[in-house]
Design a protein around this ligand. Structure first.
Ligand SMILES: Nc1ncnc2c1ncn2[C@@H]1O[C@H](COP(=O)(O)OP(=O)(O)O)[C@@H](O)[C@H]1O
Ligand SMILES: CC(C)(COP(=O)(O)O)[C@@H](O)C(=O)NCCC(=O)O
Ligand SMILES: [K+]
Length: 282
């Protein structure tokens, strides 16, 4: 491995979890995502100790951002004084990404990082569709020029489960870990309240995400072709799936959908490495 390979710690503070990853970024690597050498996830509010997550070299640069600015502040405030402070990324205008939306500064930075990562591996002239299923689920569109064009935001599994319980008198909360621990797929026709909610949460989310994917594929000039089982592609955009709940969706997505568990962190690592190298060569 070249000595120019940069190892850095990327931290993404989301609304449910803080994700940390150690990445090796090759200089001018094309069509590959930064290699993940270790990944850790913590619940929002938990302590993030760089030593406990494998950062043994105090010179390892760290970068932090995320859709939860208060968490970013807290993690930076609690960062060990013996280590260099993490670089905080918040300015969308400094990102290596063209953004064509009404208010670029208001777009979740996690969504933009996914687009930056996708642009690393997207073939020239090919659009990309990015599905990120976390607290919220987002389905975003990157056009053939690599421009982030916006997308769709809907409540994620856990948020839907909590909302059904919180805004009704009679519906129980179906916890996420019960959905995750299931050995069999939920019955579409639930024979009791819990089973009916489970069907709605699970198959409803699968249907919503596939419906939005189909619509965005249509915008890209491509159609999903039904072939009896999961839909198959007739060719077309790069479609990436990521986020904490991605593994629930994956079995029900068209076969062209590529699961990339660390997409936002890899986008962040790529941005950090570019900025680090720019400073080093100034
Ligand atoms: N072990 C887990 N702990 C917490 N959430 C999980 C876990 N496995 C899957 N999930 C699902 O992933 C979501 C969190 O995903 P994540 O991408 O970390 O979200 P965010 O970026 O919003 O914090 C939860 O809302 C839940 O639906
Ligand atoms: C849509 C999101 C809540 C997703 O965040 P997450 O589920 O990953 O915590 C986040 O990207 C966000 O707060 N966005 C701001 C609004 C926007 O993107 O337009
Ligand atoms: K996210």
């Amino acid at each position: 491995m070249s000595s120019d390979v940069l190892t850095l710690l990327a931290i993404d503070a989301g609304n449910t979890r803080i994700k940390c990853g150690l990445f090796r970024v090759e200089p001018e690597a094309s069509r590959v995502l930064p290699e993940c050498a270790g990944q850790w996830a913590f619940a929002t509010g938990a302590a993030v100790d760089p030593a406990a997550i494998g950062v043994t070299d105090p010179a390892t640069p760290a970068i932090i951002t995320g859709s939860n600015p208060a968490e970013v502040e807290r993690i930076v405030a609690e960062w060990p004084v013996t280590l260099p402070q993490p670089l905080r990324l918040s300015d969308r205008s400094s990102l290596p990404l063209k953004i064509d939306v009404d208010f670029p500064e208001k777009v979740g930075i996690d969504r933009l990082l996914n687009a930056i990562a996708a642009n690393q591996i997207r073939s020239e002239g090919e659009p990309a569709i990015l599905i990120d299923s976390g607290t919220a689920t987002t389905i975003d569109y990157v056009n053939a020029d690599g421009t982030f064009c916006g997308g769709a935001i809907l409540p994620g599994f856990e948020l839907c489960a909590r909302a059904l319980n919180q805004y009704t008198a009679l519906l129980p909360h179906i916890p996420m870990h019960e959905l995750l621990a299931r050995e069999s797929l939920p019955d579409e026709v639930g024979r009791n309240t819990e089973a009916a909610i489970t069907s709605g949460l699970y198959w409803g989310h699968v249907g919503a995400v596939n419906g939005l994917l189909r619509r965005q594929m249509h915008l890209a000039g491509r159609e999903l072709e039904e072939t009896g089982g999961p839909a198959a592609m007739t060719g077309g955009p790069l479609v990436l799936l990521t986020g904490g709940a991605a593994t629930l969706l994956q079995p029900h997505m068209p076969s062209i959908v590529r699961y990339e568990p660390h997409l936002s962190l890899q986008g962040l690592a790529f941005v950090a490495a570019s900025q680090h190298r720019a400073v080093a060569t100034d």
